[in-house]
Write a protein that binds this ligand. Structure first.
Ligand code: ADP
Ligand code: MG
Length: 256
């Protein structure tokens, strides 16, 4: 595992936003969802956009994830300027390099757990045997290998979100964006999926950026960026807690 510490001085930022603005025209009114955001994220961060509902967290996450474009300013994500990408280039960036986790899990109900995770790989051109190995590793990472044949309706909320995490990380993306991932989970499941994501961050070096106003998520973050009315009002590094003795086994088969 290479050193993916966010403070490592030699590493280039994974993401840089410059005077990023998103303005919605509402009839005669203009709503500034992002009012000039300047942020940089280094590889390996475990960071969160925090702030009240309506503060612009989802808007910012969607632009960084190339699901949306800014009205003004720039978002440089892994060397690509989001505002200049064609639809095809944006899709390629997402398919290869970014995993998404949503509040509502977004699993496809008629497909098995295995197939839901495999979907993330179908556009990458791996042969079936390689796909199978990657899917089963990802399900092992989230401790759901024994549920591969289940349908989403047979899973609890916590298990569903763990499938969504497996789907987000199966292609080993540099970046995972998680928008309110615990909003539909109870406290125990929330901590459980946060532990899983911390483990993936530590052991695979995957960068995680959350949008959340959930205190249970916020206490796990190593960097907290507060947004209010589309502006960054605080950006705090949180000293990592002493590593708790983990009851979980290490991630198996963390291939390069
Ligand atoms: P958060 O995720 O922090 O709750 P959002 O990024 O979803 O905030 O929204 C920021 C602001 O932009 C809110 O005032 C919201 O109502 C507004 N907004 C978001 N999407 C749209 C849209 N498609 N059209 C108009 N206004 C929008
Ligand atoms: Mg939101």
């Amino acid at each position: 595992m290479t050193d993916a510490s966010p403070t490592r001085p030699s590493a280039a930022p994974l993401i840089v936003t410059t005077d990023l603005k998103k303005i919605y025209a509402m009839g005669p009114y203009k709503l500034e969802a992002l009012a000039g955001v300047n942020l940089a994220f280094m590889p390996g961060e475990f960071a969160g956009l925090v702030g009240p509902s309506g503060s612009g967290k989802t808007t910012l996450l969607n632009i960084v994830g190339s699901l949306d474009v800014p009205t003004e300013g720039s978002a440089l994500v892994m060397g690509r300027r989001i505002e200049t990408l064609s639809h095809k280039e944006a899709a390629r960036l997402r398919n290869r390099h970014i995993g998404f986790i949503f509040q509502t899990f977004n699993l496809l109900p008629v497909y098995s757990v295995y197939e839901n995770v495999e979907f993330a790989l179908l556009l990458l051109g791996d042969p079936p045997a390689v796909r199978r190995r990657k899917v089963m590793s990802a399900l092992e990472w989230v401790r759901l290998a024994d549920r591969a044949k289940s349908r989403p309706a047979q899973l609890s909320g916590g298990e569903s979100q763990r499938v969504a995490i497996a789907r987000a990380v199966v292609k080993r993306p540099e970046l995972v964006l998680a928008d309110e991932p615990t909003a539909n989970l109870d406290a125990e499941n929330s901590h459980n999926i946060l532990d899983t994501m911390e483990k993936l961050n530590r052991e695979l070096g995957t960068t995680f950026i959350f949008a959340t106003h959930d205190a249970k998520v916020i206490e796990h973050l190593r960097r907290r960026i507060t947004l209010v009315d589309g502006r960054v009002t605080a950006d705090e590094l949180v000293a990592p807690a002493a590593p708790a003795p983990s009851a979980e086994p290490p991630i198996p088969e963390a291939r390069p």
